[in-house]
Design a protein around this ligand. Sequence first.
Ligand code: FMN
Length: 183
Amino acid sequence: MTDIIILSGSPSKHSRSKLAANYAGKLAEEKGFTVKEISVTDFAPEDLVYARFNSPAIVAAGQAVSNAKGLIIASPVYKAAYSGVLKSLLDLLPQDAFKNTTVLPIMTGGSPAHLLAIDYTLKPLIANLKGESLQGVYLCDHHINKENPEHPVSDKETGVRIQTQTNQLVEAIRRNHAASVVK
Ligand SMILES: Cc1cc2nc3c(=O)[nH]c(=O)nc-3n(C[C@H](O)[C@H](O)[C@H](O)COP(=O)(O)O)c2cc1C
């Protein structure tokens, strides 16, 4: 079982939101957690377009997400909201797929104009799946250096925010684990 699943919601091959999420994942790995990325691009487009709930790949993704101790969800801003293809994937996951799970939302946009897309679009979706959202991180395109995938966040302040939010994610996982052991 993987500790943290990254759900990457960009259809783009060279995705900035994916880079930012994988950076957070790398920070979590450095703290001893196992991390696996599931991207919308891993699925046959037909599974998503025809809503194939029973596709083996979709069922496996649902199980991995439901079993995860923490989630990182990354999306580009498309038309002031999360990407449509991320929604297509989440629509196919079990109703309570994020139950008892802390979720770090990450969004990237062309400008700061839609930074509230995290609060107005992504967090309500996470809440619908019964996840518990952290504050999250919004990055503008100019904060990300695609040429440096190991350290893609070129803006110092934004890098610190990703570190802080990742620390909160791993602390929440540890707290939840400690609480479940006491029970
Ligand atoms: C179809 C489309 C719609 C977009 N809409 C917005 C938008 O409404 N607001 C914004 O700030 N950026 C918008 N952008 C820019 C992307 O959000 C931005 O470049 C983002 O970092 C891309 O992430 P990705 O590389 O992970 O796909 C849009 C880009 C595309 C391709």
